[in-house]
Design a protein around this ligand. Structure first.
Ligand code: 57M
Length: 359
């Protein structure tokens, strides 16, 4: 909005010329989202406590989690609010990709809100059934895949990191591929969000990496130089990624160990859906395996655990899945698990950045 209000005035007030620059608006979108979370955080924590929206802890979890019972949750409402406000303030609102990512963020946030509401407020232990959750996620993801597919400028080719000349064109099949990326990422972040700051830390790292990818993909000269796909208009998504990272930092202030609030499914599903959609729009879908490598590792640990459990009639690979619980049960203190997982996330994100040159 500020872009539309202030940039046109740059002829009279030359300082307003700065609003044309995506870098400037990305920085301030990040700071705006951070400040909204930082300032409203205490009020949200108090509100959730007052409404008795406290975390229900399953019996079969690690012993160390039982002291967490009653921790305010659904802090994802604050994350989503700060991301949407900051994005509306700082982006070019005529950009269709901005509205697509906002639609997914809000839509997946609603799915998570319903799940949290049923679980935490209605005390229905399971929340939304896995099937209903998947159906709602699929609806939004397929609509999103369709919207990018119908954009004439959007390529349905899939690019592979390190292998420049492998880029199969999926044509209409891209809609299902995009949906798979969005749904998969949303559920991966959801599974990872099981320790204080464990999901939001790597999420900040991933959204910072995609801030760079969105900027270079939207800059025709840089995209050509780096030999990555040029996506006209994706530069504005860098501003959205800035808001994601800033909001994540603001939430981490309260979610760091010992957490004063959890994000809830309203946060984890929304954030995962948002970053998955950004990966689709910036044409860095496969790279998400690296950028969001920690989310992939956590999800694979569950897939292998459940698969092995079924095949061997009850034997386990890990002490407990997802992987963070395995290290907890090995005796690692929670902060040690969290920071070491962050270190792995940073290393994977740096490796993903190197693919911009290594092709
Ligand atoms: C999302 N939710 C946390 C919090 C957060 C198939 C299986 C892997 C599914 C998985 C599952 O239930 N995943 C759901 C993970 C939960 O966090 C809430 O959920 C929101 C995110 N969706 O915002 O509101 C618990 O995580 C802890 N937590 C923190 N700090 C945070 O900042 O300490 C969360 C955020 C919270 C709190 O204790 O209650 C979760 O873990 O449920 N299931 C599991 O992960 C379970 N693993 C399991 O069943 N393993 C089996 C299977 C794979 C065969 C096995 O290994 O044998 C574990 N989770 C729980 N109890 N709660 C273990 C059992």
């Amino acid at each position: 909005m500020l872009y539309h209000l202030l940039y046109p005035l740059h002829k009279t007030i030359s300082a307003f010329n700065v609003f044309r620059y995506i870098t400037f608006r990305t920085i301030y979108a990040s700071l705006t989202a951070f400040l909204i979370c930082f300032i409203l955080g205490p009020w949200v924590i108090k509100k959730m406590s007052h409404l008795q929206i406290g975390q229900y802890i399953r019996e079969d979890g690690p012993e160390t989690h039982h002291k967490k019972a009653g921790t305010p949750t659904m802090g994802g409402t604050l994350i989503i609010f700060s991301v949407i406000i900051s994005t509306l303030l700082w982006t070019n609102l005529t950009n269709r990709y901005v509205w697509i990512v906002l639609m997914v963020t809000a839509g997946y946030g609603c799915i998570g809100f319903i799940d949290d509401y049923l679980m935490q407020i209605k005390k229905q232990n399971k929340g939304l059934t896995g099937r209903n959750k998947f159906l709602l996620q699929s609806m939004i993801a397929i609509i999103t895949g369709g919207l990018v597919y119908l954009n004439p400028d959007f390529s349905t080719q899939v690019t592979f990191p390190f292998f420049k000349n492998i880029s199969p064109d999926l044509k209409w099949g891209y809609i299902l591929f995009a949906a798979f990326v969005i749904i998969g990422t949303s559920n991966a972040v959801n599974i990872t969000d099981g320790l204080d700051g464990l999901a939001i830390g790597p999420f900040i790292i991933a959204s910072s990496a995609y801030m760079v990818f969105a900027y270079v993909a939207g800059h025709i000269r840089i995209a050509n130089y780096l030999q990555i796909q040029y996506v006209a208009g994706s530069g504005e998504i860098a501003i959205f990624c800035g808001a994601l990272a800033g909001s994540g930092l603001g939430f981490l202030w309260f979610n760091t160990y010992p957490a004063q609030i959890f994000m809830g499914d309203v946060g984890s599903l929304a954030l995962g859906g948002a970053i998955g959609t950004v990966a689709v729009i910036t044409k860095q879908e496969i790279l998400l395996v690296l950028v969001g490598g920690l989310f992939v590792i956590e999800t694979l640990s569950v897939i292998f655990q459940v698969g092995f459990f079924k095949v061997t009639n009850g034997r386990r690979i890990f002490k407990m899945a997802p992987l963070h619980h395995h290290f907890e049960l090995k005796g690692w203190p929670e902060p040690k698990v969290i920071v070491r997982f962050w270190i792995i996330a940073i290393a994977l994100a740096l490796l993903s950045m190197s693919t911009l040159k290594l092709r």
